[in-house]
Design a protein around this ligand. Sequence first.
Ligand SMILES: *[C@@H]1O[C@H](CO)[C@@H](O)[C@H](O)[C@H]1NC(C)=O
Ligand SMILES: *[C@@H]1O[C@H](CO)[C@@H](O)[C@H](O)[C@H]1NC(C)=O
Length: 244
Amino acid sequence: MLTTLSVAVAALGGTALGLPNPTATDDTPVRILPQFWEFNITSLSGPGCPDFGLTDRGPFVTRPTFGLNTVDGSEIYYWHFAYPSLRTSIEPGTPSASIWCETTLSYAELDSNMVPVAKPGYHLKLHKNGTAMLASYELDDGVEAKWTFTYFPEGKREVVDTIIIDGPRSGNSYRDISPVNGLVQWPLPNCGLGTIRYRTQLTLTAKKDGARGSVSSEKVEYKDQAGWYGVQQGVSYDWEQCSS
Ligand SMILES: *[C@@H]1O[C@H](CO)[C@@H](O)[C@H](O)[C@H]1NC(C)=O
Ligand SMILES: *[C@@H]1O[C@H](CO)[C@@H](O)[C@H](O)[C@H]1NC(C)=O
């Protein structure tokens, strides 16, 4: 069972706040999570995210969007990050196309005044359930869309998740999750705060002559301008208690 944590908190400011499950009751399973937490985007590079630091473009900027978590004791958390410029297409004569973005996030555990806690209690562990991607597709038969998510844990080997979609596929609002082939989770080096870095790549390939394809997100209007809401990458995690 999934529940939404918080929708578009500070969506324009590049910050996302996590809130504990507001409907917890005595018969819900024991849960291991801080009171509040936050992710900020601290840097972006690549053609799929040329908008770092812009704040007044409404839904058109790369930004944190919403959190999602299980409430059945399995402790699967996601935070989603929207990338309006991470989109591409192919057509006859251009049988492949690719675009990427590299993101750095900062993470902190917060107290009830929404400032980093003096004595953090929880260690964030990334990659609880692979990587999710919410996107729109128009893929002919014979077109492959491939998402490659490369995480760069500090001092450790890269971890790569992939999602492969084979056309035909058409429509908005797909949510796909990378297969978890032997779960690899890693805690951030420090208790209560840290840095997360990953690269997101989208590649479209036509395996049949003349095939067309595009991957994007829903069209939205903001201040009389049309734009893309952004494909949304869901980064998964959970926590363990810090050893004191
Ligand atoms: C996020 O950014 C805000 C505003 O700059 C800052 O106050 C906060 O400490 C940052 N949090 C993290 C986790 O980097
Ligand atoms: C966890 O990942 C699997 C695919 O590996 C997926 O079927 C399942 O829905 C995911 N769980 C959540 C809570 O997203």
